[in-house]
Each structure stands twice: as C-alpha cells, then as structure tokens.
Design a protein around this ligand. Structure first.
Ligand code: ADP
Ligand code: ASP
Ligand code: MG
Length: 408
C-alpha cells in the first residue's frame, strides 16, 4: 500500500477537539488506502513551558535532562492521537522516538538524525496498524533521549517520509501554505502554489519558521515531496519541489525576517593577519552562532570588526571576547553592542540571472527612511540588518517594491 506521512504542529493538536479534527484528516487518508505515519508535535505552548521549567530549575542545565523533559510534550499528543484514531475505528499505535528507533548523534538539544529503523513500523503496517510517532525526539548512541532543536517535528516528519519512501509528506499547520512573507506581518502576503527547495531552504534558515531548516535540507536531499497546508481548512497547500517544476517566473519569491538579532562591534583591533581568527575562534568555541561579518577600513593600523548573532547569545559572546582579551590572544580598545536589531532578507532563485536586485532593495528601504547597518549577499538572497523598530515597515516596503502580492 502507498504510504503517507502527515505531520501536525502544536496549534493543530492544541486540545482534544483539535486532535479529533486532525484524526479525522488521518482517517480520510486511511480510507483512501494509505498506510499513514502521523507525526505529532506537543500541544501548542507546551514545549515553551517545559523549557521554562528546566531553565528555572537549573541555570547551567544538563542538556541530557533538558531533552528528557522537553521531549515529553510529544509523548502526550502521540498517545492521545492514537487513542482518538482508535475511537474513530482506525487501528493505530503510538511510537516514541526511542521505540522506533530514530537514532541521532549525541548533540543534545539540537541532535542530528543518523538512522531510522523502519522494520518495526512496516511490520505493524502489514498488520493493519497505522503509526503515530512522537516528533522532535530520538535516541543517542548512549541510549539517552535526544531532541532535534525547536521546530524539529518537521524534520522528524520528512525523515520518516524519506525512510518509509512515502508518496508525500504533508505538514499541517496554522497557515494554509508558504506565503511570500510571514502573513502575520503583512495582510498583503500571498500564498505560493509552489516553492523551490532552495528558496524554501533560504527562507527557513533566514527566519521563516514555517518549516525547520533541517527538514527542507532533508526533503531536498531525499527528494521528498513536501506539502505545507492548514489543518483548519480543506484547501490545497504549497508544494515544495524542484525549481524545474515551477512555471511562475519571479526574481524575488519571498521575504524572511529574524526579529531578535544583535550587532557587536569590536573597536580598535590591530589590523594584521590572524586577527579575525583570534576573534571568531573563541566565539565559535563559546557556542556563538555568528551570522553576518564586516571588517571596516583600517586607520593607524587598527580596525573595527562587526558581526551579528542571535540576541540571546550576547552574554556568551561578551564572555568569549573578554576572555580572549584577558588571555592576551585578542587586543581591542572598545566593544559596542546593539541588542535592538533585526534581519530582513529577500530570497529568489531569479536573482542568479538578474542584476540590480540589491539596488532595488536598498532604494525601497531608503524611501521609507530605514537605515541599513550591515549587508550580506549570496547567489539567491540579500540580507540587511536594521533597527528592530523598522522591521514591519521594512518587510512591507520590500513586499510592495518587488510586487509580491501580484502573480507573475
Ligand atoms: P507549527 O506549530 O504547526 O509547527 P509554526 O508556528 O512552527 O507552526 O509555523 C507556522 C508559522 O510560521 C505561521 O503561523 C506563520 O506565522 C509563520 N511563518 C513565517 N514565515 C512564513 C511564511 N513565509 N509563510 C507562512 N508562514 C510563515
Ligand atoms: N514541540 C517542539 C517545539 O515546539 C517541536 C515542534 O513543534 O516541531 O519546538
Ligand atoms: Mg513548527
């Protein structure tokens, strides 16, 4: 029988009524003749609550216990979904990550999937039992519970779709597809019928949390046909697919944003070989995810280095930089930290063959008086760092400038 993976996010399983609503969608696919693997998230808000409890209990928490706690939200919804399906006459059982098993490495809190042993699931399909899998979780080589990073149920779903050679992986969420930008920011956001893997990958990694970045990477690598759709309506969603399958031609496909960024300038570092390594080495060792980097023009043999990182990593960044100074490995005269910046990015594979796209972006921002603090580009995206208070304005201005509300 053909197989289907159906993933339901937190808002889609937020209470028993919503679980029943999701289960009805599963039953419909079962009645169409699919063996279904349902992947569930925790009820909305639950993971945040669990993370909060861990942080309140222990400041420098043991990441293995963090995973033991925060993975538990998915156990509840998996069991409840299996029960609900049984009540509807659909034979089903729940599987926690370790029971499958879904094997990961030992990077607790952000583990990577190594392997999924599907024999047990497939044997149960053969007995007419559909699977309900707790998303977001796996088991480490040491036999400890791991989690896949926030939003990780998307990645569980795509990984199961690849491992089970499913016909499709449907990601049910609270929006009915992937939009030209976060529909919470502008009402003009338009739903896309299709989006290329590469564009979706950029959008996700630049902050569009509708899909976890790693899930798109896996879908692209294993050619999983991915659909994002609403669990609250019956309209078709957005298909994430190869660019050759997309007829619409556009330069910019979408705009992503990342609200909580920070900008750090290390002032007056000696302008000589090795200085970037002396700064970014300790930052990497300190677990700081450095994003954009700029080195200023030097004067009198000294220069300034600017970088951005998530705002909640600023304490770690400060500690790493100060420690490097104290040890004599890094010399500088001052540190300037701006914690009120956001990143806005335009993404589109059409940029590969079009010039002047960045210029249009900068013009649109200038027209609205938005000052750009840092710029980075790649083949299919341009990102800018701006004051956080202009975030919504910037997204709207760019959406208008590239006419994303119009079908091209
Ligand atoms: P789930 O709990 O189902 O995993 P998420 O909250 O993780 O749902 O992701 C869905 C949310 O992603 C939407 O509510 C929307 O605000 C946000 N989002 C950000 N960018 C986009 C985009 N380009 N298209 C659609 N949704 C987006
Ligand atoms: N429950 C987890 C989270 O909130 C995983 C997920 O929903 O994808 O991050
Ligand atoms: Mg999500």
């Amino acid at each position: 029988m053909p197989r289907l993976v159906m993933k339901f996010g937190g808002t889609s399983v937020a209470d028993l009524d919503r679980i029943r609503n999701a289960a009805a969608k599963v039953k419909r696919e079962v009645d169409r003749g699919y063996d279904v693997a349902v992947v569930v998230s925790a009820m909305s808000g639950k993971t945040n609550e669990l993370v909060g409890w861990v942080r309140e209990t222990s400041l420098l928490y043991d990441a293995r216990e963090y995973d033991a706690v925060v993975s538990s939200g998915e156990n509840v919804t998996a069991g409840l979904m299996a029960l609900t399906l049984q009540e509807m006459g659909v034979p089903a059982r729940s599987w926690q990550g370790w029971q499958v098993p879904l094997r990961t490495n030992a990077s607790h809190g952000a583990a990577r999937i190594v392997e999924i042993e599907t024999e047990g699931l497939i044997r149960k399909f053969g007995e007419g039992l559909h699977a309900v899998i707790a998303g977001f979780q796996g088991i480490s080589p040491e036999g400890r519970i791991t989690t896949l990073g926030r939003g990780g149920s998307d990645t569980s779903a795509v990984a199961f779709a690849a491992a089970l050679e499913a016909e499709r992986c449907d990601i049910y969420t609270d929006v009915d597809g992937v939009y030209t930008t976060d529909p919470r920011i502008t009402r003009k956001a338009r739903k896309l019928e299709k989006i290329a893997y590469e564009e979706m990958l950029e959008l996700a990694s630049l902050g569009a949390k509708v899909l976890q970045t790693r899930s798109v990477e896996l879908a692209m690598r294993y050619k999983v046909k991915l659909q994002v759709l609403s669990s609250f309506s019956d309209v078709p969603g957005t298909i994430v697919c190869d660019e050759e399958e997309i007829m619409e031609s556009r330069v910019v496909s979408g705009i992503a944003h990342s609200r909580d960024e920070a900008k750090v300038t290390v002032i007056g570092v000696p302008d000589r070989p090795g200085i970037a390594a002396a700064l970014f080495g300790p930052l990497a060792e300190g677990g700081v995810n450095v994003d954009m980097i700029v080195q200023n023009i030097s004067a009198d043999g000294r220069t300034d280095m600017t970088f951005s990182c998530p705002v909640d990593e600023i304490p770690r960044a400060r500690a790493a930089i100060e420690a490097a100074k104290a040890s004599g490995a890094l010399d500088f005269t001052g540190l300037d930290v701006d914690e009120d910046v956001s990143k806005v990015s335009i993404v589109g594979i059409g940029m590969r063959s079009q010039t002047g796209v960045a210029h249009r972006m900068f013009q649109a921002l200038a027209r609205d008086g938005v000052n750009i603090k840092v710029i980075t580009t790649s083949e299919i995206k341009v990102s800018v760092l701006i004051d956080r208070k202009y975030l919504e304005l910037a997204v709207q201005a760019l959406h208008d400038a590239f006419e994303l509300d119009k079908v091209s």
